[in-house]
Design a protein around this ligand. Structure first.
Ligand SMILES: C[S@@+](CC[C@H](N)C(=O)[O-])C[C@H]1O[C@@H](n2cnc3c(N)ncnc32)[C@H](O)[C@@H]1O
Length: 175
């Protein structure tokens, strides 16, 4: 084969790989809810006030950002999972977990939470805009098992009253 053709094919593969990589990275920036971190002090206070369970529970943060809530949950003895679409935030969360004394309890998934299988979780933590809460509503109330708890920072579901509230947090119990 002519060396010019080989160069054109190599160039084509190189450009195609870059386009693929750019799309993969950019998808994390085109989400409905941008990254804005929870305050762990507020979560601590709500957990205590609402007497929410910790030890041994299976916790997931849907849209886990830099992973702070997931590390927090692991340090309270929970098996903790973070689901985050933005690969940079996911990487940051994984790096933070290197220094976590409870790192073996932690899993980070780089995926769209609309596709996450929720059936094994006891506690779902959310800090996402109302429009996204409503997109997740049916999935949460169908897939979660009775006895599971949804803890939402600020936003609620349209048409469903929370079972309890504490300051900015809304609690929904799956019956
Ligand atoms: C307001 S931040 C909350 C971060 C973290 N939960 C906390 O409380 O510190 C919302 C996060 O959800 C992520 N996100 C938005 N849509 C998502 C989706 N469909 N799947 C996974 N993560 C998503 C964003 O990238 C962002 O990091």
């Amino acid at each position: 084969m002519d060396s010019e053709i080989l160069i054109i094919i190599a160039l084509f593969i190189f450009i195609a790989l870059w386009i693929f990589l750019a799309i993969y990275i950019m998808r994390g920036f085109f989400v409905d809810t941008p990254f804005y971190p929870s305050r762990l002090k507020q979560i601590d206070e709500a957990w205590a006030a609402l007497e929410l369970p910790s030890d041994g529970k299976n916790f997931v943060d849907l849209g886990s950002g830099d992973g702070r809530t997931v590390l927090w949950a692991s340090q309270r003895g929970m098996k903790a999972t973070g689901v985050e679409l933005n690969p940079y935030l996911n990487l940051l969360a994984r790096l933070r977990n290197v220094f976590n004394p409870k790192k073996d309890l932690v899993t980070f998934k780089n995926e769209n939470f609309l596709k996450t299988d929720l059936k094994d979780y006891d506690i779902v933590y959310l800090y996402i805009y109302r429009s996204f809460m409503n997109k997740l509503k049916d999935k949460l109330f169908t897939e979660l098992k009775p006895g599971s708890t949804i803890v939402s920072n600020v936003f609620g579901f349209d048409g469903i009253e929370p079972d309890e509230t504490y300051k900015r947090f809304k609690i929904y119990r799956i019956k």
